[in-house]
Design a protein around this ligand. Structure first.
Ligand code: ACO
Length: 421
């Protein structure tokens, strides 16, 4: 066992190091954070964390208020002492006994506190509706990541969340081998090699978009016509999307998959799904860029594609299905900002633009446009009406960071759409 760790935020007389045998699954402990990517080394900070499972000498922790992709197996030296007064609810939501809330907050960073509040709101929201993202993980085993790594094409990827692969394929698996052309899953490389000999080297469905400069294509795949492919894709996607309840009935959805193509075939990099008839006018149900390809602009390619496809079908006022994940929020926020500000910048000098013009140009839902303009501080409420105020200098200043990284270059291009629509 490692020596007694330095404990922050707690008076020294309260520090009594917990013993392994005293740990109880379902209890909450104050724990040291982890190496959470980028510059986020949190190993010297303390966080409340729920103990979700114990295996051998390792404990599986969920850090309260932080995204579940940071959940991890840790050794006892990361667990400091019990955070008494709080218990874990069966549905994974957070229970706080009234008198203890102040105590809990003492151990939170500003970031995690904010996230904690958002999590509570999201949980409340989820419980009242049924959707593709409904909160379906009641079974405790679904709280623990069940697959250590997946191999897809040339990439080995660490999953972020539990995915309900059936039977032995989802039962505490070290490596799952996935065919990048069919998303069929296998337990060893030889089976994959045999399978690959006979599989087609491109997704099923119809190619609807081809960018020969960037060597990118998009395929439209109706769930009804290709149920096995779409189910397999959903199982894979669930490894990286927390709140997606898997639908074995994929027939009400159409899937759009983006590939990078070369002489070896079409290699998938991202996808989104869309409900064929959405009562709420959602134009996108789930979106995922496969982790090795994130932050390369594929998210905004898909977002622009989803709005463009809707507009071509005469549907305006579209919006992604809620709740959005943390990364979904960040990506949509920047996509909406850039799209709206660029539209305003393109207008001739002196031309007054109204909300309808922006809806027609972008296909965005009215509320998403208003919330984006409000977020930018450009919205004014005057005599019962919303107006927005900006100058060309303000637009240029706001767009500068986006222009610098050529943000708009990733959007879909009208000339790359195939066929007649
Ligand atoms: N940190 C900060 N900003 C980010 C991050 C991040 N990790 N990820 C995206 N952004 C913002 C940035 O402004 C980024 O532009 P930049 O890279 O030029 O700074 C912009 O969003 C878009 O970046 P893209 O490269 O186009 O997006 P990406 O291909 O990474 O895809 C997506 C975004 C799909 C949300 C991806 O993060 C993902 O697959 N996440 C996991 C699944 C998920 O959460 N899906 C959304 C669920 S909600 C729903 O489906 C309706």
């Amino acid at each position: 066992m490692v020596g007694k760790p330095k404990i922050q935020n707690k008076a020294s007389h309260e520090c009594e190091k917990i013993l392994f045998d005293d740990l109880v699954v379902g209890h909450r402990y104050v724990c040291l954070g982890g190496k959470w990517g980028g510059n986020r080394d949190q190993t010297s900070k303390t966080f409340p964390a729920d103990l979700l499972a114990i295996k051998g000498e390792k404990c599986y922790l969920h850090f309260v208020g932080l995204d579940k992709r940071l959940d991890e197996w840790v050794t006892i030296d990361r667990i400091l002492y019990e955070d008494d007064g709080k218990t874990l609810c069966g549905d994974g939501s957070v229970a706080i006994s009234a008198g203890k809330q102040g105590n809990k907050r003492k151990f939170m960073t500003a970031d995690s506190e904010d996230a904690f509040e958002q999590q509570k709101k999201a949980n409340k929201h989820r419980s009242t509706r049924h959707s593709v993202h409904s909160h379906g993980h009641q079974d405790p085993k679904t709280k623990v990541r069940n697959i250590k790594s997946v191999r897809l094409g040339n990439y080995i990827i660490d999953p972020w969340y539990y995915s309900p692969y059936p039977g032995k394929f989802g039962d505490d698996v070290d490596s799952l081998y996935i065919c990048e052309f069919t998303f069929k899953y296998m337990l060893n490389l030889n089976t994959l090699a045999k399978h690959s000999q006979s599989s087609s080297k491109c997704p099923p469905g119809k190619m609807i978009y081809k960018d020969e400069t960037r060597k990118l294509a998009a395929f439209e795949i109706p769930g009804k016509e290709h149920p096995v492919y779409c189910q397999n894709l959903c199982l894979f996607a669930k490894l990286f999307i927390e709140h997606k309840t898997l639908y074995y009935d994929v027939t009400p959805f159409t899937f759009y998959i983006v590939t990078e193509y070369d002489e070896d075939g079409h290699h998938p990099v991202a996808y989104y799904s869309k409900e064929n008839h959405s009562a709420e006018n959602y134009n996108l149900a789930c979106i995922l860029t496969f982790p090795p390809h994130q932050r390369k602009g594929y998210g905004r390619l898909l977002m622009s594609l989803s709005y463009e496809m809707s507009k071509r079908n005469g549907d305006f006022n579209g919006s992604p299905e809620k709740p959005l994940s943390d990364l979904g929020k960040l990506s949509y926020r920047s996509f909406w900002i850039f799209s709206i500000l660029s539209f305003l910048r393109e207008q001739p000098k002196g031309h007054a633009v109204n909300l309808e013009d922006i809806i027609q140009a972008t296909g965005f839902k009215r509320e998403d446009i208003i919330s984006t303009i409000h977020y930018l501080g450009l919205l004014k409420h005057w005599k019962g009406q919303y107006t927005f105020h900006y100058t060309r200098n303000v637009l240029n200043e706001m767009l500068l960071p986006y222009d610098k990284r050529k943000f708009g270059d990733s959007y879909c291009k009208p000339e790359c759409f195939l066929g007649t629509r």
